[in-house]
Design a protein around this ligand. Structure first.
Ligand SMILES: NC(=O)c1ccc[n+]([C@@H]2O[C@H](COP(=O)([O-])OP(=O)(O)OC[C@H]3O[C@@H](n4cnc5c(N)ncnc54)[C@H](O)[C@@H]3O)[C@@H](O)[C@H]2O)c1
Length: 321
């Protein structure tokens, strides 16, 4: 296990949803943290007030990346353009998601072993429309969006740098992470934050398509825990791990559950499917992650949504951080 107490840790994309939750967790571990973020979707207000260094800059800037990676022992690479931006502008996505990852890996290789782990945050979008459910890590991949291409590209570079140069990389593939810290004002945020925002205004949640599409919704603390374990475990080297729950939920069900929790009876409004909505069913097998990292998700969907609703309520009244 790689100890995090007093370790110098770089978190790229640390001002984003997953990144800021990761930073909080790493602070509890006693890590010495630097965040690199270009504030594209991230916001400084997401982060704790103190306890880390913040560098505003892009992972596309090789000079900044070289400097910060050279000072780190563990790198959590969470900076990426999201699926909506990527679909609109694949070149921008390519530059950040593939080019930025290559910069991180080249910088890690140049440290000649000082960097003990590069933890890459990949996505279950690489599975596209799977042939079998639940999806295993080594199942057929099907790249239906430029975002899936770039996330897999980064992941492949990680594994190639591990095999070719011994760069100690590992990757997690997240499935629809939600929870406190996901900013509903961010136009690219996930469906949970958006639905809650609508229901707070007694408006119907807007569902793209018929709502019968399914996802495996993962609570943020569970995702962060798996990420930290994958960054620490010796058994994670050169490996890729699904991070989900193994529970398949229809988007219509999600909307109904949130309506019940918030106490608003507003049946969803169905609208046209977007370019990014081409996955019909998704639920992942988490057996490898359980066995290798000794990790299991703790939060049920209902409890996770209750925590998220409470956070969003506090935030809209101006108190949450
Ligand atoms: N949230 C999910 O459900 C989910 C699912 C699969 C994969 N992921 C991956 O997890 C990571 C974090 O996602 P998130 O949900 O927190 O998204 P997010 O948009 O909230 O966070 C991404 C962060 O990266 C920053 N960023 C973007 N491009 C950058 C660049 N070129 N240089 C420096 N910083 C840059 C953004 O400003 C933001 O702070 C991403 O790599 C994403 O692909 C997330």
């Amino acid at each position: 296990m790689i100890p995090l107490e007093n370790a110098r840790v770089l978190v790229t994309g640390g001002a984003g949803f997953i990144g800021c939750n990761l930073v909080r967790r790493l602070l509890q571990e006693g890590a010495r943290i630097t965040v690199l973020d270009d504030l594209f979707t991230g916001r400084l207000e997401n982060l704790p007030r103190k306890g880390f260094e913040f560098v505003e800059g892009s992972v596309c800037d090789a000079a900044i990346v070289d400097k910060l990676v050279a000072e780190a022992e563990v790198v959590f690479h969470a900076a990426a353009r999201n699926i909506v931006v990527s679909t609109k502008n694949p070149r921008e996505d390519f530059e950040s998601n593939i080019g930025g990852t290559l910069n991180v890996l080249l910088a890690a290789r140049a440290t000649n072993g000082r960097v003990k782990r590069v933890l890459y945050t990949s996505s279950t979008s690489v599975y596209g429309n799977p042939r079998y459910l639940p999806i295993n890590e080594d199942d057929h991949l099907s790249l239906l969006t430029p975002y899936a291409v770039s996330k897999l590209g980064g992941e492949n570079y990680c594994m190639a740098f591990f095999e070719s140069y011994g760069v100690p990389a590992a990757a997690v593939r997240y499935s629809n992470v939600y929870g406190p810290g996901q900013d509903p004002a961010n136009p690219y945020c996930g469906v949970v934050a958006k639905f809650i925002d609508c229901l707070f205004d007694s408006q119907p949640p807007v569902i793209h398509g018929d709502g019968e599409q399914t996802r495996d919704f993962t609570y943020i603390d569970d995702a962060v825990e798996a990420t930290v374990l994958a960054a620490q475990s010796d058994r994670a080297l050169g490996e890729v791990f699904n991070v989900g729950t193994g529970v398949e939920t229809r988007v219509n069900e999600l909307a109904a559950l949130l309506g019940r929790i918030i106490g608003v009876d507003a049946p969803p409004q169905h609208t046209n499917r977007r370019d990014v909505d081409n996955i019909r069913r998704r639920v992942v097998n988490i057996e490898k992650t359980r066995r290798t990292l000794r990790w299991l998700p703790n939060m049920t969907l209902e409890n996770g949504l209750r925590h998220t609703v409470a956070w969003q309520r506090e935030r809209s009244s101006g108190n949450a951080r």
